[in-house]
Design a protein around this ligand. Structure first.
Ligand SMILES: [Zn+2]
Length: 399
C-alpha cells in the first residue's frame, strides 16, 4: 500500500509504469464506437470489467440495446464535495481518406498511439479510469466523492448527457472536469451550438409558368441571404473567439424535377453562440424575421425547428476548481498556467445547468479531433493521469 501522506509525482509515475494504462487505451481504440450508429456497448463492457477488477462498481443506464451511460463512484472516508470526471464513449466516423494504419489498430509509433478516438476522447476517458483506480486502491481520498461518468451520443448533440440529467442518473455536483482534447491545457469557456432545421413551403407549378406557383427554393435563398445580413449573425471584428458567433448553412435539399416549380425546400443552419449572443437571442431574431416576412400571399411560408440547442460554457477564473487546477500545475510541474477558450462544444453545455464549475482538460490534441490518422501523444496521456489524480486529491481535500 502506498503511503498517502508521502504521495508525490514520483510515486504516481512508478504506479503508472507498473499498471500500464496504455494497454487499456489500445483496447479502447480497437473497440469501434463510431457514431453513427454510435453503438458503445463493447466499450461499456471494457470499462465495466476494468473498474470491477479494481473493486469499483459501475451503474449502467441503457437507452436502448446499443447505447448506455456509465456512472461509477469512489467515496472518501468522510462526507464532502463531489467532483465529476466526465467524458463521452462515441467517436466521429473514420472519414473518406485512407488511414496509414487501420483506425481501429491502436498502432504505437514514436511515442504516439493512433486510431479513431485516440485524442477525442478515449485517452481522456482511460486516464480518468486509471486516476480513479489509483485513488481507490491507495485510499488517497479522505473526504468527498469522486464520480466517473461516460455518455453516449455526445458527437450527435450530447443526447446521452441530456438523458443523464433528465433521468437523474447523476445529481448535484460541486465541480466537473471534462477530458476532451485540450493538450492538457485548462479550458474554461467554449461556444454553444444551435442547429436549426429550416423548412420552406411554396406552391408547385409547371416550370414554364413559374408565376403560377410559389418557389420554395427561392424562399429559402431569400431567407438565408436576409438572416446572414442581420447584425446578430455577422462576425465580430474582435478576435477573441468567444465574442465571435458564427453561422453556416450545412445542408440543403429541394425540388422534384427539372421542369417543376418546387413546393418544398429544407435546410439546416449551424449557429455557434457566445455568452453575449445567446441561443435564445438568435431564435428570437429568427422568429421575428419570419413573422415580419411570411405574411404575403406570394412568398413561401418558412418555419424553423431547433434540432440541437446547447448553451455556451463560461466558467469564471475565480471558481475553486480553476484555482485548485492552477495550483496543482504549479505544485507538481512548477508551471504557472493561464486558462484558455475553445470553439467546440462539449457535454459541459448540458451539465452547466447543474453547476457552472466546469473545466475542460484532456490529453488529446484539439487539432487531431475528427481527423484522419488521429493520434495522442503517450507522454501527454500519462501526464493527464498524474494531473487527474493530483487535482482530485487537492480539490476533495479542501472539502
Ligand atoms: Zn469529443
Amino acid at each position: 500500500m502506498i503511503n498517502v501522506e508521502n504521495l508525490n509525482l514520483e510515486i504516481i509515475r512508478q504506479w503508472i509504469q507498473k499498471h500500464k494504462p496504455i494497454e487499456l487505451l489500445q483496447e479502447a481504440i480497437q473497440c469501434d464506437s463510431v457514431n453513427p450508429p454510435g453503438n458503445v456497448m463493447d466499450f461499456v463492457k471494457i470499462i465495466q470489467r476494468t473498474l470491477y477488477y479494481y473493486g469499483i462498481e459501475t451503474e449502467i443506464y441503457r437507452s436502448n440495446l446499443e447505447k448506455a451511460n456509465i456512472v461509477a463512484k469512489v467515496k472518501g472516508k468522510h462526507k464532502g464535495k463531489r467532483l465529476i470526471f466526465s467524458g463521452h464513449l462515441d467517436t466521429v466516423p473514420i472519414g473518406e481518406k485512407t488511414w496509414d494504419h487501420s483506425p481501429f489498430s491502436g498502432h504505437i509509433e514514436n511515442g504516439k498511439i493512433y486510431g479513431r478516438g485516440s485524442s477525442d476522447m478515449k485517452s481522456g476517458l482511460v486516464a480518468f479510469i486509471y486516476a480513479m483506480i489509483f485513488l481507490k486502491s491507495t485510499q488517497a481520498l479522505s473526504t468527498g466523492e469522486l464520480v466517473f461518468i461516460a455518455t453516449f451520443d455526445e458527437e450527435t448533440g450530447s443526447l446521452g448527457a441530456q438523458q443523464m440529467i433528465k433521468e437523474e442518473q447523476i445529481n448535484e455536483f460541486d465541480a466537473m472536469i471534462i477530458g476532451e482534447p485540450t493538450d492538457n491545457e485548462i479550458v474554461t469557456s467554449h461556444k454553444g451550438a444551435l442547429w436549426v432545421k429550416v423548412d420552406s413551403f411554396g406552391k408547385t407549378a409547371h416550370g414554364s409558368m413559374p408565376e403560377s406557383g410559389v418557389n420554395a427554393i427561392n424562399g429559402m435563398k431569400s431567407f438565408i441571404d436576409d438572416i446572414s445580413g442581420i447584425s446578430l449573425f455577422k462576425d465580430n471584428i474582435d478576435q477573441d473567439i468567444l465574442t465571435k458567433s458564427t453561422m453556416a448553412v450545412t445542408m440543403i435539399e429541394g425540388g422534384s424535377n427539372y421542369n417543376v416549380i418546387p413546393d418544398y425546400c429544407t435546410s439546416t443552419i449551424d449557429f455557434r453562440t457566445t455568452p453575449d449572443k445567446k441561443n435564445s437571442d438568435i431564435l428570437n431574431a429568427l422568429h421575428t424575421y419570419i413573422s415580419n416576412t411570411s405574411k404575403k400571399e406570394d412568398t413561401p411560408h418558412i418555419s424553423i425547428k431547433p434540432i440541437v440547442n446547447l448553451a455556451p460554457l463560461n466558467t469564471l477564473d475565480n471558481t475553486e476548481i480553476v484555482k485548485v487546477t492552477k495550483d496543482t500545475f504549479f505544485e507538481i510541474y512548477n508551471i504557472n498556467k493561464i486558462t484558455k477558450r475553445m470553439n467546440y462544444f462539449t457535454d459541459g453545455s448540458v451539465f452547466s445547468s447543474i453547476s457552472r464549475n466546469i473545466i475542460i482538460l484532456g490529453p488529446g490534441e484539439p487539432s487531431q479531433a475528427h481527423q484522419p490518422n488521429e493520434y495522442v501523444n503517450i507522454k501527454k496521456f500519462n501526464q493527464s493521469i498524474e494531473l487527474y489524480i493530483s487535482i482530485a486529491k487537492n480539490y476533495l481535500k479542501s472539502s
